[in-house]
Ligand binder design. Structure first.
Ligand code: ACO
Length: 433
């Protein structure tokens, strides 16, 4: 599929001269002005800090309507996928553009199972991080290092795409669980061939020689749902990073490691950990909601209501809706009563009725409730963003593949408007004041 160039064009007048810029339209009616020849024709570039209004590519992976609160992967509504699919099914959908049939899904699961181990030499890497090392830094280092163990895959990854993508999806789960085990000083638990993707992750995280872990189906269901909801989100910060770094021609592992680093930030994937910190702070401060709402509204105070607001959604994030419901369910099933959930409900209620948040269209985003579920599942808060990365990986890979297959792809290279010193006469060292 591709975009259409409409019959009409945009007119741009600069210093009395009119330029015609093609108007393009996507399959869901997204409208854009094609400015790719603007510099050549007019001598002007566009200035758009934070790329708030810049389309960097065309894509057929994910459709997002921020005003309607719609999110679709490859045309399928996120609600349907979260309700009916396994995470690996959605991963296949993102990677291959179609839902797998039973045989394809089975083959995909088998391949994931086959690649679950990491090279034993990589296990020694874990020994050299301090025990308080961030699991996100470990994850990015380990994923970057995979290119040294599977170099044949880096040379022409599109040729070996099935193996490379599956290898990454499988190994990132093992790396994540091993980094947790190392951080708490427990022996590593190896993957089992008989367990599903999520079951295997839980097994590697929580099984102990002295207390074997039983994988509970309700927890597996909740984890599948969370990973599906995070699996792709079009051209967000980490995905754009994967594309930008990938456009330089680096190996896929380096591009994905770059995406992991971008995701780490508290304004992006790191928000799920920050939300829990915020809820804990409010709880410890006698649930003084007013104080924190006022801080969030104060322009001179850097405090923000983490888990609220989104660059694209100007209504309730559809993922947050599903997660909020899932949160209720899982806490009931596990018989967990978490005071932080009450804090989150109350905060949401206050914010949704406050003029400041209403005017700015600030609603809960995907991160507002996800941390509470992870906490109920026994996953520590410093692993929350790692969980996000496990979910987002198929999306990153799908976008990376799409970029490499698109003949329009060029190395990503934004322009700037220089505001520094004009040309200055060089002063030799001895003459400098
Ligand atoms: N709390 C208080 N005020 C906020 C918040 C918030 N969470 N988010 C935005 N605002 C205000 C801004 O101060 C600004 O106000 P102003 O118009 O008076 O200056 C206005 O709303 C617009 O905000 P921007 O920062 O311009 O919006 P932007 O699109 O650049 O940022 C972002 C989006 C980063 C998500 C922002 O809403 C935020 O910081 N939220 C908290 C962090 C968070 O939850 N991040 C996770 C996002 S989801 C994800 O990446 C997976």
């Amino acid at each position: 599929m591709t975009y259409t160039t409409t019959a009409s064009a945009a007119e741009l007048k600069i210093n009395g001269k009119t330029y015609h810029l093609p108007l393009v339209e996507g399959t869901m009616g997204d409208k854009a002005i094609d400015i790719s020849n603007l510099l050549r024709e007019t001598g002007y570039i566009t200035l758009d800090s934070g790329y708030k209004n810049t389309g960097s590519c065309t894509s057929s992976v994910t459709y997002l309507d921020g005003r309607g609160g719609i999110l679709r992967y490859r045309g399928y509504d996120i609600e349907d996928l979260a309700k009916n699919c396994l995470f690996v099914e959605v991963a296949y959908l993102l990677l291959h553009g179609k839902l797998p049939n039973a045989a394809e899904l089975e083959a995909f699961k088998q391949l994931i199972g086959r690649f679950a181990l990491i090279h034993e030499d990589m296990i020694h890497f874990f020994d050299h991080f301090p025990s308080h090392a961030s699991p996100m830094s470990i994850l990015s280092v380990m994923v970057n290092s995979l290119c040294n163990f599977y170099p044949e895959m880096s040379a022409n990854p599109l040729e070996d795409f099935d193996e490379t993508s599956t290898r990454l999806i499988s190994k990132i789960r093992t790396i994540a669980a091993f980094s947790y085990k190392k951080s708490i000083g427990h022996p590593l638990v190896y993957p089992r061939h008989d367990l599903c993707y999520c079951g295997n992750f839980l097994h590697m995280m929580f099984d102990k020689p002295v207390r074997p872990y039983t994988v509970r189906p309700e927890i597996v269901t909740a984890l599948n749902k969370l990973l599906i909801l995070h699996a792709d989100h079009e051209q967000n910060c980490s995905t754009s990073t994967v594309r930008l770094v990938g456009s330089a021609g680096v190996n896929i592992y380096a591009a994905i490691a770059a995406g992991i680093n971008a995701l780490w930030g508290p304004l992006h994937g790191g928000a799920n950990e920050a939300v829990l910190d915020m809820l804990e702070t409010i709880y410890a401060d006698d649930s003084n909601f007013e104080k924190y709402i006022n801080k969030a509204k104060d322009r001179n105070d850097p405090f923000r209501l983490t888990g609220f607001g989104h660059r694209v959604y100007k209504t309730y994030d559809p993922r947050a809706k599903i997660i909020k419901k899932a949160c209720d369910e899982i806490l009931r099933v596990l018989n967990v009563s978490d005071p932080l959930l009450d804090i989150a409900y109350k905060l949401e209620e206050i914010a949704l009725h406050d003029e400041y948040f209403i005017e700015r269209n600030l609603y809960p985003n995907v991160d507002f409730y996800s941390g509470i579920i992870y906490r109920a599942l026994g996953i520590p808060s410093n692993m929350f963003t790692v969980m996000f990365a496990l979910g987002r990986l198929p999306g990153w890979i799908a976008q990376w593949k799409e970029m490499h297959e698109d003949p329009a792809t060029r190395i990503g290279r934004p322009r700037q408007v220089y505001i520094g010193e004009p040309a200055r006469k060089f002063i030799p060292l001895a003459e400098r004041p």
